[in-house]
Design a protein around this ligand. Structure first.
Ligand SMILES: Cc1ncc(COP(=O)(O)O)c(C=O)c1O
Length: 350
């Protein structure tokens, strides 16, 4: 079962790469991180909690789940917290998929989906994107009695496009009375400003087979601490808890996530910065003749003439971007939205 799998290519650490370049300041625009860093209130909360790291964390992440539930308007029993959304993708697979099951996955898309499916012994059925868009009609055609789940990623990584409210509603309604699980990965939800972007959590009331995934890595800048969460029916959450390790989310991560939720100002500042800089960067790329789908995420997927050479040129100048070839889009770069000064440097180098 492990033979077709390859270890996730996270690449060298930021520190190792900076050293390779002779210790220069390296800006990473390849991992869709938060250009502002974490909230100062998060840093303070982590500092305070540091003296208590000899104590196991709350295995149920109770306070964090309650804060999330209140924010989202659901019961705390409808939330499970994970060591990043990454862990939750694996837990869903472990809890729900069996050999013989088929799982529809947009192709290309975030790689851990197919790894999770494969590890559970199930079969990933790729549904090709239509250009840069998730093709729900194609997905519908691929549904069979063996389809255990459908995975949707909106905004999509790496295409940065969304699944709109109308088509999503129609897709969910067409799944019928005994639908498969629908895993809706909303890791980048907070960066959307398209009024047609649906709120996955609100859809849960009518579609109890939905599992919505979100993360503190992007909007809250906690990627290094690893906190994500799933919102679903209490039944689904109960099943995820059965396969979850007892202390999967550490003490520092739990207090940091709570502090991040409380600092709505930092949350909003990040959202505003990304939306404004995304619009600016997108317009400047277009003006220079670089085509790209309209982004609703904190990154842009840009078509460039020689992506590998462009990536290398940027790297030598201290800016790391993702070569599209590694994420299913050869001839493209996936570029995270940075601070204005970084974005300007990037454009000059391109
Ligand atoms: C679409 C998507 N889902 C999930 C994740 C994982 O998020 P986390 O850092 O919470 O594991 C990412 C991270 O880049 C992502 O792009």
């Amino acid at each position: 079962m492990l033979e077709p799998l390859v270890p996730y290519a996270a690449g060298k650490s930021l520190e190792a790469l900076a050293e390779e370049l002779g210790g220069i300041d390296l800006v990473r625009l390849s991992a869709n991180e938060n250009p502002l860093g974490p909230s100062p209130r998060v840093v303070e909360a982590v500092r305070r909690e540091a003296a208590r790291v000899h104590l196991y964390p709350d295995g149920g992440a109770t306070a964090l789940r309650e804060a999330l539930a209140q924010r989202l308007g659901v019961d705390a029993g409808q939330v499970v917290v994970g060591n990043g959304a990454d862990e939750l993708i694996g837990l869903v697979a472990l809890a729900a998929f069996e050999p013989g099951d088929e799982v529809l996955v947009p192709h290309p898309s975030f790689e851990p989906y197919t790894t999770g499916v494969a590890l559970a012994g199930a079969t990933a059925v790729p549904s090709p994107l239509a250009g840069y868009e998730t093709d729900l009609d194609d997905m519908r055609r691929r549904l069979t009695p063996r389809t255990k789940a459908v995975i949707l990623c909106s905004p999509h990584n790496p295409a940065a496009t969304i699944v709109r409210r109308g088509p999503l509603g129609a897709f969910l309604a067409a799944l019928g009375a005994d639908p498969p699980l629908v895993i809706l990965d909303e890791a980048y939800a907070d960066f959307c400003d398209d009024p047609e972007y649906p709120d996955g959590v609100a859809l849960l009331r009518r579609h109890p087979r939905l599992v919505v995934l979100r993360t503190f890595s992007k909007i809250a800048g906690l990627a290094g601490l690893r906190v994500g969460y799933a919102v679903a029916s209490a039944e689904t959450i109960d099943r995820l808890n059965r396969v979850r390790a007892p202390y999967n989310v550490n003490r520092l991560a739990q207090v940091a996530a709570r502090a991040a939720l409380e600092d709505t100002e930092h949350w909003e500042r990040t959202r505003k910065l990304v939306i404004e800089e995304r619009a600016w960067l997108s317009a400047e790329l277009t003006r220079r003749g670089f085509a790209h789908p309209p982004s609703q995420a904190n990154f842009v997927l840009v078509r460039v003439p020689d992506a590998e050479a462009a990536r290398d040129r940027l790297f030598r100048a201290g800016i790391l971007v993702r070569d599209g070839a590694g994420v299913g889009f050869p001839g493209h770069l996936r570029i995270s939205v940075g601070l204005r000064e970084t974005n300007e440097r990037l454009l000059a180098l391109l």
